[in-house]
Design a protein around this ligand. Structure first.
Ligand SMILES: Nc1ncnc2c1ncn2[C@@H]1O[C@H](COP(=O)(O)OP(=O)(O)OP(=O)(O)O)[C@@H](O)[C@H]1O
Length: 205
């Protein structure tokens, strides 16, 4: 479902990172990116989601298969939970009527919170509202940036159940997490390797 070949990325103008990264994620698989703070996990996830610049290499994935739940929850604070989910459904070409949200709200234990403004949610509730787009959009490839941050043990178990159901239904996922994720393979992005100085630069200096 995803093939990444010899990838190098850049964030901003000067910060080059992650040279020669290659991996595949197939149906029924989850792969967790591991590495120190700042190594480039978010940058890599954003690139796979089509949100970042590729310095070298190739990313092969069907963009219409992707549902991205980023490090920030992507919720507009002044809108209610239901309005936020409706917005996300419609942006992805799905119906976003009240009835269409029921399953996703239940899956993330948000029933009863649908009319609360996102600004008034607790951190864990906000994270669950951000993750509710996954069952809502029903897309086969999930890209998740630290999905369990701020979740309590019950909510982590809820998320793991959701992920397990997604994988057993033929879906796939690429995640970053500093915590273990049940049933997932891991890719250690290793130590940061500075980019080589471009040929000829020494003479100019
Ligand atoms: N907009 C930006 N412009 C320039 N550099 C940036 C920008 N955003 C992030 N960076 C840098 O890019 C590097 C990779 O950041 P990234 O967020 O991908 O790391 P990460 O592995 O996800 O870290 P963490 O575990 O802390 O979430 C960091 O050194 C960071 O400071």
């Amino acid at each position: 479902m995803l093939t990444v070949t010899d990838l190098a990325l850049r964030r901003g103008l000067f910060a080059r990172m992650l040279e020669g990264v290659s991996f595949r994620v197939g149906r029924g698989e989850a792969l967790v990116l591991r590495g120190r703070n700042g190594i480039g996990k978010t940058t890599l996830l954003r690139a796979v989601a089509g949100l970042g610049r590729i310095e070298a290499g190739r990313i092969e994935v069907d963009p219409d298969a992707v549902a991205f739940a980023g490090h920030l929850d992507g919720l507009k604070p002044s809108l209610t939970v239901a309005e936020n989910l409706s917005f996300w459904a419609r942006v992805h070409g799905r119906p976003g009527g009240r009835q269409d949200l029921v399953g996703a709200l239940a899956a993330l234990d948000l029933a009863g919170l649908e009319d609360r403004a996102a600004a008034d949610l607790s951190a864990g509730q906000r994270r669950r509202a951000g993750l509710a787009r996954l069952p809502l959009l029903a897309r086969p490839f999930w890209i998740l940036d630290e999905p369990t941050v701020t979740l309590d043990a019950v909510s982590v178990a809820l998320f793991e159940g959701l992920l397990a159901g997604h994988l057993s239904g033929g879906g796939a996922a690429l995640l970053s997490s500093h915590l273990p994720v049940a049933g997932a393979r891991e890719l250690d992005l290793g130590p940061f390797v500075p980019a080589p100085v471009p040929t000829g630069a020494e003479e100019r200096w």
